[in-house]
Design a protein around this ligand. Sequence first.
Ligand SMILES: NC(=O)c1ccc[n+]([C@@H]2O[C@H](COP(=O)([O-])OP(=O)(O)OC[C@H]3O[C@@H](n4cnc5c(N)ncnc54)[C@H](OP(=O)(O)O)[C@@H]3O)[C@@H](O)[C@H]2O)c1
Length: 251
Amino acid sequence: MEISGNTILITGGATGIGYAMAEAFLEAKNEVIICGRREVMLLEAQKKYPDLHIKVCNVAEEADRKTLVEWINANFRNLNILVNNAGVQRDIDFTKGVAEYLTGESEIKINLEAPIVLSGLFIPYLTGKKEAAIINVSSGLGFVPAARMPVYSATKAGMHAFSMALRHQLLKLGIKVFEVVPPAVDTELNPEGRAKRGNFKANLTPEEFVAAVMKGFKDDIFEIGYRMTEGSIKASRADLDKSFQQMNSRW
Ligand SMILES: NC(=O)c1ccc[n+]([C@@H]2O[C@H](COP(=O)([O-])OP(=O)(O)OC[C@H]3O[C@@H](n4cnc5c(N)ncnc54)[C@H](OP(=O)(O)O)[C@@H]3O)[C@@H](O)[C@H]2O)c1
């Protein structure tokens, strides 16, 4: 993929991996638009990078998704890349019943339904554009699920399957579909879970991870892993089972 001269929308681009991608794409001379729910975070990002375009949007809400597509179509007709990055992560313990699942944010709506619907809504605008692409951010946990995050893991496995199928469908429209598969990265994701685990540190910054991802885009690597997830993408079922046992032994 040509990594300069694009117009790129990054959902959840005001923090973490999305923000590092926004920085890298700005640095590579692209027009970058970020969206998220917290205006204060979007404004902070724009203060640092005045060229950054921002839009408040909750991708879990049907009306917000529609407004986002209309706003992009009215203001950024050259949009050729959608990055489905926004996500949330929750520890959910089903041994206590369904209550934890039913309260709090819906990982299914934010991590899985939103990217699916946004992809569908944007495909007509991406079709026919030079270097058109959809970039989905999944997770290593989509390949090796974490027992303490069953729904999150399921949404990311869904994103992997969706990305594979969509990549195949969109070949005929000339739209490339990339899947970015982060390992654990030090971001704001799941602060409660991280606190429970003694403020676990992965010792991987979003910037270091995104530098590797940008190389993957340039080289047309359609499933981009890093460190542990580079192995997960290519692992056998036996290897994945072994990793699952190791990761979940203390659950
Ligand atoms: N960090 C990791 O270890 C890791 C590992 C594997 C995969 N990932 C994936 O990487 C992606 C980015 O996560 P991150 O680690 O960079 O965490 P992060 O810093 O918390 O970023 C997530 C972003 O998504 C936005 N967001 C959440 N819900 C949203 C909604 N309903 N509508 C619009 N925006 C929403 C958040 O902004 P607002 O709250 O302001 O909306 C935030 O900017 C996620 O898909 C995550 O699952 C992360």
